[in-house]
Design a protein around this ligand. Sequence first.
Ligand SMILES: C[S@@+](CC[C@H](N)C(=O)[O-])C[C@H]1O[C@@H](n2cnc3c(N)ncnc32)[C@H](O)[C@@H]1O
Length: 207
Amino acid sequence: MENSSREVAPKTRGAVLKWQAPIYDLECALVGLRKKFRRETLRHAQLSPGEQILDVGCGTGVLTQLAAEKSGPSGKVVGVDPSLPMISLARKKAARAQSQAEFKLGVVERLPFGNETFDVVLSSLMLHHLPAELKRQGLEEIHRVLKPGGRLLAVDFDRPGHPLWWLGVWPQLFMPALVAIFAGKFQIIWLPRASMRSRQWGGGSTY
Ligand SMILES: C[S@@+](CC[C@H](N)C(=O)[O-])C[C@H]1O[C@@H](n2cnc3c(N)ncnc32)[C@H](O)[C@@H]1O
C-alpha cells in the first residue's frame, strides 16, 4: 500500500470532496443511494471474473470494493480520486474488508495509466463534478485507457422528468451548484442520453 503522507493530490478544476469523506457513506444512505443502487449499477456493468476494472472518482470506494468481488482474485480493480481524505478512507475500508481493491490519487482528465489497460471503466456520480471541458477530456482519457472492445458504464444525475421537481425540490437540492453556475464557476452541460449512447464501446449497455 502507498504511504499517503508522501502522496500529492493532483490539481483539478473538478469539485473535489475532502471534508465530506467521513460522512459521505452516511449521506449516500440518507438520500437512498444504498447497496441496492450499487448492485443495480454493477448489474449493468456485467463484470466478469478476471477483468481489469477502473473506478474513476471512486470516493470512499464502495462500488470499487463490490467490483473487486465480481472480478475475483484473477482480476484487478483500481479506484482513483483526487481527494486524499477519500482515498485514505477507501484504503482503510478495503483493508478492513480484506478486499483486493486498490486505490490511487488521480484525476479523470489525466489518468495515471497506460493506453488500453482496462476492460471496464466505471464512473458513478462523478461526471456532474466536472466543468464541461473536463467532461470531454475525461471521456477521451477513458477511451484511451480502455482496451479495444472495453466498456464504460457512466451513472449520473439526469434532469427530473416531472415539472413539480423543477419548481420545488430540484432547485433546493442543487442550490450550491446553482450558485456556482451563476457565479460563472461552472459551465453546465447536460449529457443527453443519446450522446452517451453514441459513445458505446464494446457490447455492454451504456446508460
Ligand atoms: C459524488 S462523489 C462519487 C463517489 C463514488 N463514485 C460514488 O458513486 O459514491 C464524486 C467524486 O468525484 C471526485 N472528483 C472530483 N473531481 C474529479 C476529477 N477531476 N477526476 C476524478 N474524480 C473527481 C470527488 O472528489 C468525489 O469523490
